[in-house]
Design a protein around this ligand. Structure first.
Ligand SMILES: Cc1cc2nc3c(=O)[nH]c(=O)nc-3n(C[C@H](O)[C@H](O)[C@H](O)COP(=O)(O)OP(=O)(O)OC[C@H]3O[C@@H](n4cnc5c(N)ncnc54)[C@H](O)[C@@H]3O)c2cc1C
Length: 447
């Protein structure tokens, strides 16, 4: 068996794994990044948030991402026929309304290409990156994780490391090994989707490049342009709704309920069979342990509504790399630093999932309507659009703070929040001042 040593071994080269490997390699640490799939591999998760641009800028990846010819996205169109009065059924989160100092755009990407780019950046920064490397055994000495074994081209390999980062996404390598994963019973949605070619944005009744999210009685439908010619379309629904029919029937039926998306699809043709994704609504209360930590989907995911998955995955990856950088310099601080990381991880996912609950409970539309009729409309809309743009770790976002008061939207067991925006840390003081100058907002009518 081939053996090697490293400071950190990372399981999985999705965005979370590649970003953490990139950051650690840049700090000069010896990193091995292991991805079980051969390149390229299909992955869902195609629409990015504008806070990604701030994060990429901070870690030195913005220019390379911006040079890729991805579809620029300047807003999100939320179609909801139940809200006629203030938006005539369409609310647009316009990213130019986030306020000072934020990027007003994001991108929509074909994930095979995007994930490959991030893995290449990790390799260029010095991480030894191996595709087709399937991690099997997690090596333990007592209760401490000390590395992994993986299979590559029929051969067994072993990496011994000071730390293991689990970035294996929904596979949840460590969560499954220790039985840590819990289903988010209130969400439990399923998705059915496919790509189309022949897109002509002149059929789009909204703004070119925007994601569209169309609500109906049994769930919602997304439309995400992936290039000048291609678009991804998916329908998300409770499991029982899918069980009562076939994916094909449900897909056709649901898309037909959103005329603005039907219009955008004029002249397009499917380029793949329908794909179905299930079991993606879960969390774990333990995201770190002696010698290991989880980043991204390996620890938690809620729902694709609001397209936050890649942002929370990459943000926790950056924070994990910073934490391990400190720890490798001073291993005596392990307990304290892993606890702080764990609380940071939960702060972001908890906030993102609150936004999702607000949508499904029908309260987000009420908030947007509150904003529309308020005399302080600009302030309310700014906080709302900022939150939709990815403001998951700020303690200065009034809408997020209001949502954090709602017990029924708790995801994790009680924990101490650790704030600190990963994308715009330099705006913390500006945001604090801005919030203290604005009125205290009551987000939900009557509360
Ligand atoms: C239906 C749906 C739609 C979505 N839409 C969006 C969206 O529009 N925008 C958005 O931001 N997010 C979206 N998401 C979420 C997004 O897909 C994830 O949050 C994101 O991919 C998480 O990144 P990650 O790096 O944590 O995990 P992943 O991207 O899943 O990467 C994990 C990697 O680990 C590898 N791996 C697993 N096991 C092993 C092993 N044993 N050994 C080695 N490698 C291993 C896998 O092959 C994989 O490449 C969506 C999710 C769903 C379910």
């Amino acid at each position: 068996m081939a053996k090697e040593t490293a400071d950190v071994v990372v399981i999985g080269a999705g965005p979370a794994g590649s970003v953490s490997a990139y950051m650690l390699a840049k700090q000069g640490h010896k990193v091995v990044l292991l991805e079980k799939e051969r390149d390229p591999r299909f992955h869902i998760g195609e629409s990015l948030l504008p806070y990604m641009m701030g994060l990429f800028e901070r870690i030195g990846l913005r220019d390379v991402v911006a040079s890729q010819d991805y579809v620029p996205k300047f807003g999100g169109e939320f179609i909801d026929p139940t809200e006629k009065k203030f938006f005539e059924g369409v609310f647009r989160a316009d990213f130019t309304k986030q306020g000072t100092g934020r990027h007003d755009n994001a991108f929509q990407v074909e994930r095979a290409r995007f994930d490959r780019l991030l893995a290449e950046q990790a390799a260029a920064a010095g991480a030894r990156t191996v595709f087709g490397a399937n991690v099997g055994e997690l090596l333990m000495e007592g209760d401490r994780m000390v590395g992994v074994r993986y299979e590559h081209d029929g051969e067994q390999h072993e990496v011994r490391s000071s730390y293991v980062i689990d970035a294996s996404g929904r596979h949840g390598k460590i969560a499954n090994r220790f039985g840590l994963r819990k289903t988010l019973e209130k969400l439990r949605m399923v998705a059915v989707f496919r790509h189309y070619s022949g897109l002509d944005e002149s059929n789009n009744l909204g703004i070119e490049g925007d994601i569209q999210v169309g609500a109906h009685d049994d769930g919602w439908v997304w439309a995400i342009p992936l290039s000048k010619d291609a678009i991804s379309v998916g329908t998300v629904m409770p499991r029982d709704v899918l069980r009562a029919s076939t994916p094909e029937q449900r897909f056709e039926e649901h898309v037909a309920r959103i005329p603005r998306i039907v219009s955008r699809l004029k002249g397009t043709t499917p380029t793949m069979d329908l794909k179905v994704e299930t079991d993606y609504c879960y969390h774990t209360d333990t995201v770190t342990g002696p010698g290991w930590l989880m980043v991204g989907d390996a620890g938690c995911f809620g729902d694709p509504m609001f397209s936050g998955g890649v942002l929370v995955a990459s943000s926790t990856a950056v924070r994990a790399a910073e934490t391990l950088g400190e720890l490798l310099a001073d291993p005596t601080q392990e307990e304290r630093l892993l606890e702080r990381y764990s609380n940071y991880f939960k702060t972001g996912y908890d906030t993102y999932i609150r936004l999702i609950h607000a949508y499904y409970d029908g309260e987000l539309v009420a908030m947007a309507a509150d904003a529309a009729r308020s005399t302080d409309r600009d302030t309310l809309e700014r906080y709302l659009v900022r939150l939709i743009g990815g403001d998951f770790w700020s303690e200065h976002n009034s809408v997020a703070m209001e949502m954090r008061r709602r017990k029924e939207w708790d995801t994790f067991e009680p924990f101490t929040r650790v704030y600190g925006c990963p994308a715009y840390p330099h705006l913390d003081e500006v945001d604090r001042k801005e919030r203290s100058e604005s009125r205290v907002l009551r987000v939900t009518a009557g509360r």
